[in-house]
Design a protein around this ligand. Structure first.
Ligand code: SLL
Length: 190
């Protein structure tokens, strides 16, 4: 467990969540409105064919050479709120209806002799409020002299509102100050 004096090694990671709205067919008996994934990933995005616009955020490298496991402490409305992930991808996918704080704890490989690192991530489901007034409106019905209602057929149909996935990710550099010799060689082998 000899440590290397004056040496620091850092590794860039991201942690956070992606969320999508469930469509009617995916909704169950519960009030769940969203599917979300919370995770810890490498900060490097995988290379994807240029046609594929929906590329994944981060996660190109496998972090298990220095991360042993990650725990995610969910809201107590979930059954078994403490989720332990022992191999990549270090992430949890769930459905739900509300936002809450998730406590993410990263445990390092034993040869690191490092204490776990804790982050708090606020699970984000809802996009920044949209300005609905900027969308074209349907025509308002008008009242005829005989009391009947009529809707002018002038205005086009408003576009269907499509909500894209919400992404909320933080960038962090995990710094290992004076790593053990063994851990240093593990880190530098990458
Ligand atoms: C809120 N303070 O009121 C938050 C709590 C709890 C979220 C959010 C479902 C859990 C389940 C779920 O989304 N809980 O049904 O298993 O917004």
């Amino acid at each position: 467990t000899k440590r290397l004096r004056g040496v620091s090694v850092y590794r860039p990671i991201i942690y956070g969540n992606t969320a999508v709205l469930l469509d009617a067919s995916e909704r169950g008996e519960n009030d769940h409105t969203h599917r979300w994934t919370v995770g810890v990933r490498s900060a490097t995005s995988p290379a994807v064919p240029s046609k594929n616009q929906a590329s994944q955020i981060g996660g190109a490298d496998d972090l298990s050479y220095f991360i042993k496991k990650v725990t995610f402490k969910l809201h107590e409305t979930y059954s078994q709120p403490l989720r332990t992930i022992e191999k990549p991808p270090f992430e949890v996918t769930e459905t739900g209806w509300g936002e809450f704080d998730i406590i993410i704890k990263i445990f390092f490989v034993p040869e690191a002799f490092e204490k776990p690192l804790t982050f708090t991530h606020h699970l984000k489901l809802h996009p920044w409020p949209l300005d609905l007034s900027s969308l074209p409106r349907p025509p308002t019905p008008v009242l005829n002299a005989d009391g009947t209602e009529e809707t002018p057929s002038v205005a086009p149909e408003p576009p269907a509102l499509v909500l894209s996935p919400v992404h909320s990710w933080q960038y962090e550099e995990v710094v290992f100050v004076e790593p053990t010799e063994l851990f240093y060689s593990t880190l530098l082998a990458r």
